[in-house]
Design a protein around this ligand. Structure first.
Ligand SMILES: N[C@@H](CCC(=O)N[C@@H](CS)C(=O)NCC(=O)O)C(=O)O
Length: 214
């Protein structure tokens, strides 16, 4: 049995953060497919009792330890591997600041937007899309400005703050209806830098469930 098991599914950018980290650190890991779309698995009592009471993917199992929240998983894996780890108190706090902001205001809005656009039935009112887009447009501009100053979010080297922030950004532009890399030049080169790291894979090649069965 591989050292780590990750409950995840291909369309989940939240899960992608953890899957990408595992691959980038060269961990011995295997995905455990979460049937989010067809079976609504995260909402079942079994999942909530046996896997994650929060009813969310990703979930990382490592021996007797079960962790959820991608930010917690990234912190755990960087501490254990020593890779992509923020060093010293200032960097640790700075990484946490960007990870919380990302979860709430960047991928925290992009994820639901893409989900509602592609898979929600019935499709929500246009006002919902307008609200979400206004929020993440402003926040992507903040990220783009930050990346004009340095190659990675915390400076010269990639850390878990970067791995969190790329969560939904490699999914196809058609799934959003706009091209983030095409309109944010600093984000575009940063995405290419992370893509060049050994072990990088696209979310659809890294986690199970793509393409989705009809
Ligand atoms: N902040 C969490 C977000 C996790 C999350 O919302 N995951 C989605 C899948 S992409 C989920 O499992 N949602 C279940 C639901 O809303 O019922 C993280 O980064 O791990």
């Amino acid at each position: 049995m591989p050292e780590y098991q990750l409950y995840c599914f291909a369309q989940s950018g939240n899960s992608y953060r953890a899957a990408l980290m595992l691959n980038l650190i060269g961990a011995d890991w295997a995905p455990v497919f979460v049937d989010f779309f067809k079976a609504g698995q995260t909402r079942t009592p079994e999942f909530r009792e046996q896997v994650n009471e929060l009813g969310e993917a990703p979930v990382l199992v490592h021996g007797a330890r079960t962790l959820s929240q991608s930010g917690v998983i990234l912190t755990y894996l960087s501490d254990r591997s020593g890779k992509f780890r923020p060093e010293g108190e200032d960097e640790r706090l700075e990484a946490l600041r960007w990870i919380i902001w990302d979860n709430q205001k960047v991928n925290g809005f992009l994820g639901p937007y893409r989900f509602l656009k592609n898979w929600a039935k019935p499709t929500p009112d246009e006002a919902v899309f307008k609200f979400l887009k206004a929020r993440f447009d402003g926040n992507l501009a903040i990220l783009d400005k930050r990346l004009a100053k340095a190659p990675f979010v915390l400076g010269a080297r990639p850390t878990i703050a970067d791995i969190s922030l790329v969560g939904y950004l490699y999914y196809p532009a058609e799934e959003f209806g706009f091209d983030i890399a095409g309109t944010h030049k600093n984000i575009a080169v940063w995405l290419d830098r992370i893509k060049a790291l050994p072990g990088w894979k696209h979310p659809y090649d890294l986690m199970p469930g793509h393409p989705m069965p009809k």
